[in-house]
Ligand binder design. Structure first.
Ligand code: HEC
Ligand code: HEC
Length: 298
């Protein structure tokens, strides 16, 4: 009896010990990524007060999805509040109380939006800079110019943090938290095609779709999405789009209602895409039509 008790104590003790070591390892290994310091050569982009630039900036902030996470006033909002996974707050970008604008230089804006790195060199969490790295100097400059003119909004948000399950998901590659790690910061600036109804310009605009629809745009699980999200649709000619016309595509993106009468799921940010001009939507359509058909899941 005594012996059996001793073994139970030893077994339970070892299990607790192993779990404890695993918890500490997960914390230490993930924290190393979050505490990594990035020393980045930041390019300067054209900043201007000119009304055409500000209008372009406002347009881009919407179609590139900034307002989706940072809110329509860009004054920030909670993005995910799950203590087990992560508490993520998209920052207040205005000059109000709790806003980052008063402390930001033009270089700081470029470093955070294009590189996913804070002014102190530490990585931002869940800010999808890997999508914005490809934006041209002119487009990024227009966005920053516009953001700098935002009316101040007082909104203080807690600092983002990652919970134990979020750290495991991050370390196993299931939760893309650190965009600074996905970017080759030294890579030469990618070439940006001139605006037009071309495959190349469509690809440039559709860089904002790959985060959910996948690099091949064939859809599937959205990385890091809450469990109740549907799969992103297959946008290659192997999906439903093969039966749509250009006019139906534009109509769908503008109204949120598909040719078969179905509404978009709330997970699909169609309101951003709806703000695209005809030229932009036609370019995206042309690009999607040019994709090789990929069966979902392949
Ligand atoms: C998927 C959601 C998402 C999208 C889309 C997004 N952001 Fe963010 N952004 C975040 C989160 C979350 C943070 C805060 C990260 C942190 O606290 O570590 C952030 C931080 C920032 C910061 C750093 C502010 C600070 O706290 O120092 C800037 C600047 C910024 N975003 C600008 C933009 C712009 C401009 C766009 C559009 C081109 C954009 N963001 C799109 C989620 C997003
Ligand atoms: C935040 C994630 C997200 C982003 C970004 C996103 N989508 Fe989606 N999209 C989804 C999800 C999820 C669905 C499936 C839900 C639905 O069809 O209602 C979807 C569905 C669609 C559909 C419907 C296709 C069908 O077969 O019914 C089209 C078209 C589409 N997206 C186009 C785009 C385009 C173009 C972009 C970029 C400009 C884009 N999406 C960006 C998440 C996203």
């Amino acid at each position: 009896m005594r012996n059996a008790f001793k073994w139970i104590v030893i077994t339970v003790g070892s299990v607790i010990g192993v779990v404890g070591i695993a918890v500490i390892a997960v914390f230490v290994l993930s924290q190393r990524h979050f505490d990594q310091s990035y020393d980045i050569q930041v390019a300067s982009v054209p900043i201007s007060q000119d009304s055409a630039t500000l209008a372009l900036g406002e347009h881009l902030v919407q179609i590139r999805g900034c307002t989706d996470c940072h809110g329509p006033d860009l004054a920030g909002k909670p993005f995910m509040e799950d203590p087990k996974i992560a508490m993520l707050y998209a920052s207040n970008l205005t000059s109000g109380k709790g806003g980052v604008a008063p402390n930001y230089t033009d270089e700081d804006w470029v470093r955070s939006i294009r590189h996913g790195v804070r002014p102190d060199g530490k990585p931002l969490l869940f800010m999808p800079s890997q999508e914005f790295f490809f934006l041209s100097d002119e487009d990024l400059g227009a966005m920053i110019s516009y953001i700098k003119t935002l009316p101040p909004v007082d909104r203080e948000l807690p600092r983002s943090s990652v919970g134990p399950l979020g750290r495991v998901l991050f370390l196993t590659g299931k939760l893309p938290l650190v965009s600074a790690e996905m970017i080759n910061h030294e890579a030469p600036r990618p070439e940006v095609p001139p605006p037009g109804v071309t495959v190349e310009y469509g690809r440039y605009l559709a860089l904002g779709c790959v985060g959910c629809h996948g690099l091949d745009l064939a859809g599937g699980r959205v990385p890091g999405a809450p469990p109740d999200w549907p799969m992103a649709a297959n946008l290659t000619p192997a999906g439903n789009l093969k039966n749509w016309t250009e006019a139906e595509f534009i109509q769908t993106m503008r109204t949120g209602v598909k040719p078969n009468g179905e509404m978009f799921n709330a997970a699909m940010p169609w309101q951003n895409v709806a703000a695209m001009t005809d030229l932009e939507l036609r370019a995206v359509w042309k690009f999607l039509k040019s994709l090789p058909p990929v069966e979902k899941g392949s």
